[in-house]
Structures are given as C-alpha cells and as structure tokens.
Design a binder for this molecule. Structure first.
Ligand code: PMP
Length: 281
C-alpha cells in the first residue's frame, strides 16, 4: 500500500515525492535524522527525540526546520494519514540543495522529509545473536547524522555470518550496536552500559531505561565493557527507539543465560513498554 510522505510542507503519495539530485543529504550525508516509535497511534518519547534533534542540528550548524509544536503536528498528521497504529516515523532534515561544493553554503532552504514504517514493535522477543566488528565510524557518533554507511556495512557483515547484529569494538571496548545502545548484566545483577561521550549516540531509550532501572533499585555502572566481559555476563540487551529493550543471547558464538532471554531483561522489556505507552502523546 502506498504511504503518504511529507516533503517540504506537502503530504504526497510516496511515488510522487521528489527531492533534488543536488541535495546535500544525498551528496555529502549533510543532514540529521530522528526516529520515533508509534504505539496505539501515539508518539513515544517525543520530548527526548525533539531535544536530540535540536542538539544534532546545532552541532552541524543547522537550525530547527520549524517549531517543536509544528513538528509534533506534522508527526501526528503522518500517523493519521497513514493509519499508523504501531511502527516508526522517520524525520530527515538536510542542509538543502545547491550546486556541489564542499564548502557549506549559508542560508539554504532545508529539505524536510517524514515517512512512516508500519511494524509490530511489541510481542515476544527471542533474543539476538551478535558478532563483534571493528568500529570504523567517524568521531562524532553523538550526532545523529544520516551518514549510516559504516553501520549498514557492519550489520550486513553480521548477517553474512548468520547473526542478527554487530557489536562495534574500539580499542578493546564495545561502543554500541549497529543502531542501538548495548548493556550487560553481571552475575551480581549490576547493569553495565557505556558512558556517554562522542563515541556513542545518546540513546533516548537508553536515558529512559536507566531511569527505570534506578527506580527499580538496580545497580548501574556507566563505563565501557569488553566482549569477554559480555561473554561472561548473566544477561545482555540492547535498546533503540523502534525495538525498545531487546535481549541479546549470544556474543561471538558464546551463549548467555542458556541462550534464552534472562529475567531482568524480560522485566525491563515489560516496564519500558508500559512506561512508554503511558508517556506517549
Ligand atoms: N546508537 C545508534 C548508533 C543508533 O543508531 C541508535 C538508534 N537511533 C541508538 C544508539 C539508540 O538510540 P535511540 O534509543 O534514541 O533510538
């Protein structure tokens, strides 16, 4: 079924949507994106995503394409026009179109695009098998740019190896998954996840999950961990806007917790979805 997409102020059938071949998003990956989950036709974690959008844009010298309330309206309109009950909304903002030049031009009209993907985000999760790969991405992974080639190559490599995702490793420590933040739970029940620096994206799901973990009185340590530590962990999981909390059951061929999702991860899956539904708008 054809979707309705949003392009620069207009809602159009996806087949009719057009952007310039000179768009800097296309020529230089000069753009920022955000992804929000939709549950029961409502947008999850709106405030977190819109705050990160503004920060990412600012880091590359771009401004917000419209007001926060205007953006929310467009998101809601996309849900309505696409009858989206459960799935994701992608928002892409590029610097705009101009003749090809490495020098960033000032005052271009930004390209603003939204599209939806209907998919089941809730339901039983069997767990992912991950493989480690060198992290070959650039040094500003804290900015959510549309420059996703390295992550895409690495995820494809993981699939070639018959696995579900990759865990990227830099200087001996896991940075993150192809499009998610990563966590291990030690045998003593402590949750370890990498601290926020330019090496990883500050996940919106990560922020909420850490808050919930604190509320549940679980211990957290924010620091880098190794693949070996992960292989010796009781449980592992990942978080992302469109997959919430997802168990990881194998790391480089070593099964965790007997190869099935562990109890803490299962609890976090439930609690996160419950909270996310409550806070959706
Ligand atoms: N790290 C990377 C590299 C990602 O692409 C994503 C997904 N956008 C995340 C982490 C998770 O972030 P969020 O919870 O905001 O989706």
């Amino acid at each position: 079924m054809s979707r309705t997409v949003y392009v620069n102020g207009a809602y159009v059938p996806e087949e009719e949507a057009k952007v310039s071949v000179f768009d800097r998003g296309f020529l230089f990956a000069d753009g920022i994106y955000e992804v929000t989950a939709v549950l029961d036709g409502k947008i999850c974690e709106w405030e977190g995503h819109v705050a990160r959008l503004e920060r990412s844009l600012g880091e590359i010298g771009m401004k917000m394409p419209m007001s926060v309330s205007g953006l929310l309206e467009v998101h809601r309109e996309m849900v309505k026009r696409n009858n989206l009950e459960e799935g994701a909304i992608y928002l892409q903002v590029t610097r705009g179109a101009t003749d090809r030049d490495f020098l960033m031009p000032e005052g271009l009209e930004q390209t603003v695009i939204l599209f939806t993907q209907a998919k089941k985000l809730t339901g039983e999760k069997t767990g992912l098998r991950v493989v480690s790969v060198p992290d070959i991405r650039w040094g500003r992974r804290d900015i959510k740019t549309v420059q996703l080639l390295a992550a895409s190559l690495m995820k494809t490599e993981a699939k070639k190896q018959g696995k579900d995702d990759c865990w990227m490793v830099e200087e001996g420590f896991v940075t993150e998954g192809s499009s998610n933040n990563t966590y291990i739970i030690t045998k003593e029940g402590k949750i370890i996840t990498r601290n926020l620096t330019n090496s990883i994206l500050p996940g919106i799901t990560r922020k909420s999950v850490l808050r919930l973990v604190k509320e549940l009185d679980m211990e957290i340590e924010e620091r880098p961990f190794t693949i070996e530590e992960a292989q010796n962990a009781a449980e592992a999981f990942m978080t992302a806007a469109t997959s919430f909390v997802t168990p990881v059951i194998e790391v480089d061929g070593v099964g965790l917790g007997g190869g099935t999702p562990g109890p803490v991860t299962k609890r976090l899956i439930e609690v996160y979805i419950e909270e996310s539904r409550k806070a959706s708008c």
